[in-house]
Ligand binder design. Structure first.
Ligand SMILES: NC(=O)C1=CN([C@@H]2O[C@H](COP(=O)(O)OP(=O)(O)OC[C@H]3O[C@@H](n4cnc5c(N)ncnc54)[C@H](O)[C@@H]3O)[C@@H](O)[C@H]2O)C=CC1
Ligand SMILES: O=C(O)C(=O)Cc1ccc(O)cc1
Length: 291
């Protein structure tokens, strides 16, 4: 496997930091350059040994890098790509970790004229509700999926290298179209996050209930853990994948209407059937793990 000589991580937080940490542990990277907006976070990353060199200017951070990972919030990925493009080494491979893919690809193509062949769009399906470099964990990607959404003209060697690096940090890597990715993750990731935020917000807006949060059990914690996720990150995801999310939000509303109807008509048999079908599907397909 080809070693990374100089890795530039733009956005040294949970996702970029965890990737860099594991590559370092494995001896697969010679030098890690970190780029962030302020030196407080970068100093923390230097202290934790996640990065070796720090810059606040992304054009300086990518100089001489053979691999650049864009691990910033979704809304900043394309503008940063535009900013660094003139400063990239000719053969540098660029990848990202954004939670939605079609909007990032379209925005990069719009800003640069076309989506560069050296750009391999990616998305690790691993994370947690904490953010920042303090939360970085070299084991974050073990046995988790990473989805790549290359275009037909994406450089094959670049895809193979990014694929191999994600595999090396423990991930199971697969490829699909950006459109299919956005449809699937709107349903399985973006919708549940929005539902968790909505449930907590709704209860919070009913002061007549008193502090209901002191009476919650494990089920409420499981359902709403992800409502502790970063608000600005989820604003970007919701906006960028809005059309796919709206479709699944509609479908969920129809499901809730069906449930309400069964309650109104006291249809216990149909309620039990719905719960049993959902339980069987979950038990058959979901392996228990925390993220
Ligand atoms: N948190 C999660 O569970 C997952 C997040 N993602 C994606 O990964 C990306 C990063 O998320 P996290 O690592 O969780 O966030 P994070 O907040 O832990 O890290 C992002 C870092 O980028 C820095 N940053 C923000 N804007 C910047 C800019 N303009 N220039 C340079 N640095 C900048 C922030 O200061 C922070 O250090 C997002 O695009 C998100 O959609 C993907 C999979 C899982
Ligand atoms: O915290 C959790 O359980 C998550 O679901 C983490 C997560 C957040 C965003 C992604 O794009 C992928 C994974």
């Amino acid at each position: 496997m080809q070693q990374v000589q100089r890795l530039a991580v733009i956005g040294v937080g949970l996702i970029g930091g965890s990737f860099a940490l594991k590559l370092k542990q494995l001896g697969l990277v010679n030098e890690v350059v970190g780029c962030g907006r302020n030196s407080t976070n970068l100093n923390k990353a230097l202290e934790l040994g996640v990065i070796d060199i720090a810059y606040t200017d992304p054009t300086l951070a990518v100089a001489g890098a053979d691999l650049v990972v864009l691990a910033v919030p979704l809304g900043s990925i394309a503008p940063i790509y535009q900013q660094i493009a003139p400063f990239l080494a000719p053969d540098a491979v660029v990848t990202d970790v954004g939670s939605a893919k079609a909007s990032v690809i379209a925005e990069i193509a719009g800003l640069l004229g076309e989506c560069p062949a050296q750009f391999v769009p990616g998305h690790p399906i691993a994370g947690r509700e904490q953010s920042g470099v303090e939360a970085a964990d070299s084991e974050l990607y073990q046995r988790h999926r990473v989805i790549l959404t290359p275009l037909s003209h994406t450089n094959e060697a670049a895809i193979a290298w990014v694929h191999a690096l994600w595999q090396a940090v423990g991930a199971q890597v697969s490829s699909m179209s950006a459109t299919y990715h956005d449809e699937v993750f709107a349903a399985t990731s973006h919708l549940p996050h929005l539902l968790a935020f909505a449930l907590v917000d709704m209860l919070n807006e009913h002061p007549e209930l008193g502090n209901v949060f002191q009476y919650t059990a494990g089920g409420f914690r499981d359902f709403t853990r992800i409502a502790s996720s970063d608000a600005s990150m989820w604003r970007d995801i919701a906006l960028q994948n809005h059309s796919a999310i709206l479709k699944w939000l509609d479908a969920y509303q129809a499901e809730l209407a069906k449930l309400a109807q069964l309650l109104q008509t006291q249809n216990g048999a149909a309620l039990q059937q719905l719960f049993a079908t959902a339980k069987a599907a979950r038990d058959a397909h979901i392996v228990n793990r925390t993220s």
